[in-house]
Unconditional design. Structure first.
Length: 206
């Protein structure tokens, strides 16, 4: 509503000069504002502009509040709590390994888990999600969206560990990431390829 008078007064310097030359016209110049304030009963063009402006400003504030709420985490355990929990975990794992080795005396001690085990686990998960490792003669089950998430997780691991790996670990990670990405491209190309005529019924060669 306050924007309307700006369209009636274009040049303030010109208006001031006219008021000095013709003082009797000052009242006529100031007369238009009262009808402009009564504009709410007229066309809704002005109110639409006023209502639409606050929305873009309010949305980021609301999103920021929601993000801060989601980022609220419980306090991290203290060093003493973490050490006590690790000790209890190691003791439980050792008891389980002793029970398994008692039933299987020929089995040796399990090797320690290294970075390669983590990469290999993600690599195998992605390949299985893309249909690898299925039984022969059965149609492979493909979870292409799950495979993409696993590959993105492997890529995130590569970004977060950059500069902190040994040359062997870095090579193993990059090779695994290269292979799963290539497999993903091949699978998605096969899924998006239109079916060949007669392929479903086996009548192409007739």
């Amino acid at each position: 509503m306050s924007d309307t008078p700006k369209f009636t007064v274009i040049d303030r310097r010109k208006l001031k000069a006219e008021q000095e030359e013709h003082p009797t016209e000052q009242a006529a110049t100031q007369a238009p504002p009262p009808p402009a304030e009564a504009a709410p009963s007229g066309p809704p063009a002005g109110p639409r502009l006023v209502v639409s402006e606050p929305k873009p400003e309010a949305a980021p504030a609301a999103e920021a509040t929601e993000t801060e709420e989601h980022l609220e985490l419980p306090p991290a355990p203290t060093a003493q709590e973490s050490q006590a929990q690790k000790t209890a975990y190691d003791a439980s794992a050792q008891r389980l390994e002793d029970l398994i080795r008692a039933q299987n005396p020929a089995m040796g001690a399990q090797p320690p888990i290294g970075f390669e085990h983590l990469v290999q686990q993600l690599y195998l998960s992605a390949m299985i999600q893309m249909g690898a490792g299925g039984q022969e003669g059965q149609r492979p089950r493909i979870d292409i969206l799950g495979a993409r998430q696993t590959i993105d997780t492997l890529s995130l691991l590569a970004d977060k560990t950059k500069g902190n790996l040994t040359p062997t670990e870095e090579t193993f990670l990059q090779n695994s990431l290269y292979e799963v990405r290539m497999a993903y491209v091949e699978v998605t190309n096969a899924l998006s390829r239109p079916p060949q005529p007669g392929a479903a019924t086996g009548t192409a060669g007739r």
